[in-house]
Design a protein around this ligand. Structure first.
Ligand code: AMP
Length: 306
């Protein structure tokens, strides 16, 4: 099954203790699309300005992302400026310039409206809802968001969450949205608004997933070199949704496997600025990392202690 994604396509300027990326290709939909493209066909709905050149499109085209819904509008492409300290789990936003996104009304091309899997990557929740209004009978809808939208549009966000199956947010955002410090209680509050599954991203500490009666946890992959964590959450979502779309069915087992694919893709995203962490990565590399991940988390059945 293919995936329809709406989200930001951006120029990011990012400083970490290990370097700087200036106006590199980023944005939630970009990171998601590159990651999910390893598993399935991705159709992208977004807007860029007239400063977006053919060279900026190249990484997306190289991953065979369908840009049939990428509109070029007069004005400037979305820009985000962020900085990380040694705690790479905390992104400090220094500047957000919506540019052409401020006046964007997404239009899902008619042939894409029956796409079975929809990912609403981080962007204005009203634009995420506009896309949902146009699709017909999707089998799985997931959404991501961030503190910027929790601060500026909390009511729109809550209305959107009532319409999605899965929500992915980081731990600080889950607490901020619910005003509940305990993650278990915060996740149940969010589930009471609509989504049957809440994926809490915890940076290098991995993910905590609340679905059905219980919870499921995965660590982050232990990496020696992390250059830039920007986009790790979107790459996680790309692996997770890409695997589910490829598997074609959503069950408790496939959800758990999808998490491992998500974690593996997130581990590539952090290896470079922009989408460079994915340069030269093959399907076989990802499969090997998924296997390493399975070994990392495997616990042999306990012998009974008499
Ligand atoms: P992540 O690190 O996975 O949470 O997402 C990082 C990406 O989100 C960056 O490439 C930014 O361009 C993008 N981004 C930052 N702020 C916003 C925002 N307010 N709305 C949409 N996308 C954003």
């Amino acid at each position: 099954m293919s995936i329809l994604v709406v989200g930001s396509v951006a120029f990011d300027t990012v400083t970490t203790p290990f370097g700087e990326g200036k106006e590199v290709l980023g944005g939630s939909a970009t990171h998601f699309s590159v990651s999910a493209s390893f598993w399935t066909k991705v159709k992208l709905v977004a807007v860029v300005g007239d400063d977006f050149t053919p060279a900026h499109r190249r990484p997306l085209l190289e991953h065979d992302v369908d840009l049939g819904g990428l509109v070029v509008a007069p004005g400037r492409t979305f820009r985000w400026v962020g900085k990380y300290g040694y705690d790479l789990n905390v992104a400090n936003t220094l500047d957000t310039q919506l540019g052409v996104f401020a006046h964007f009304s997404p239009v899902v091309p008619e042939p894409w409206r029956e796409t079975p899997v929809v990912f609403l990557a981080n962007i204005d929740p009203d634009l995420q809802a506009d896309v949902l209004d146009q699709v017909r009978g999707p089998k799985l809808v997931a959404a991501d968001t961030m503190n910027y939208w929790i601060d500026s549009k909390p009511e729109s966000l809550k209305r959107l969450l009532a319409r999605v199956d899965v929500v992915l947010m980081n731990d600080a955002e889950v607490r901020q949205l619910t005003k509940e410090p305990n993650l278990v209680r915060a996740a149940s509050a969010i589930r009471s608004w609509g989504p049957s599954m809440v994926v809490v991203k915890r940076g290098e500490h991995g993910v905590l997933v609340f679905a059905g009666e219980g919870a499921f946890a995965l660590p982050g992959f232990p990496l020696e070199e992390v250059l830039d964590p920007t986009g790790a959450g979107d790459a996680f979502a790309g692996g997770f949704m890409g695997y589910l779309a490829r598997a074609g069915a959503v069950s408790s087992d496939s959800m758990r496997r999808a998490m491992v694919y998500g974690a593996a893709m997130g581990s590539y995203a952090v290896a470079g600025f922009g989408v460079r962490g994915f340069e030269g990565i093959s399907h076989a590399d990802v499969t090997a990392r998924v296997r390493e991940f399975t070994d990392l988390t495997h616990v042999p059945a306990a012998e009974p202690i008499e």
